[in-house]
Design a binder for this molecule. Structure first.
Ligand code: GNR
Ligand code: NI
Length: 172
């Protein structure tokens, strides 16, 4: 089932999300719904707070090329356990901040641990777009958006645009 994606500004996008204690069919269904919602958008990642659920759960798939095998990842309680000194700049966007893009500097390589859909602990090193995406998603779990890295004036400009967009959506 496709879920609605919250648009910034929304208090739920600023909350620190709670760790997932035990996997359940309900949580697995939530993760599957998030993947469906992400692919439909389309996006390369989605965090639970973006659909109003304040649990530490993210999904992602940074394979964008048609014909390449998809790689859907479901990550409960993801954690960056090490980051490279080397950084990378990416033009980031966010499904909760539609049509706004800005360069963000982050560590280029990160080691991440998480619990998968079957309850198994996983660990992997991510690089390039995957590393940017997983950091962007984990930020969501801590109530942080990519615009929080921008200068206040630029952030304010984007927030005002989103307030206008939400007013227009409410009238439609
Ligand atoms: O779809 C998305 N694209 C993207 C591009 C650059 C850096 C991060 C992202 S994540 C974003 C989807 C989203 O909002 N995830 O929270
Ligand atoms: Ni986002």
């Amino acid at each position: 089932m496709k879920r609605n994606i919250l648009i910034h500004p929304d208090p739920r996008l600023k909350k620190v999300c709670a760790p997932v204690a035990d996997l359940s069919d309900e949580l697995r269904k939530l993760a599957d719904d998030m993947l469906e919602t992400m692919y439909d958008a389309p996006g390369i990642g989605l965090a639970a707070p973006q659909i109003g659920v304040l649990d530490r759960l993210i999904v992602m798939d940074c394979i964008k090329e048609e014909g390449e095998t998809p790689r859907p990842l479901i990550m409960f309680n993801p954690e960056v356990i090490a980051s490279s000194d080397e950084t990378n700049v990416y033009e980031e966007g966010c499904l909760s901040i539609p049509e706004q893009f800005a360069e963000v500097t982050r560590p280029k390589v990160v080691d991440v641990t998480w619990m998968d859909r079957d309850g198994n602990l996983q660990k992997e090193t991510f690089d390039g777009l995957w590393a940017t995406c997983v950091q962007h998603e984990i930020d969501h779990l801590n109530g942080k958006l990519f615009i929080d890295y921008l200068k206040p004036l630029k952030r304010q400009m984007i927030t005002r645009k989103m307030q206008k967009l939400k007013r227009e959506q409410a009238r439609a």
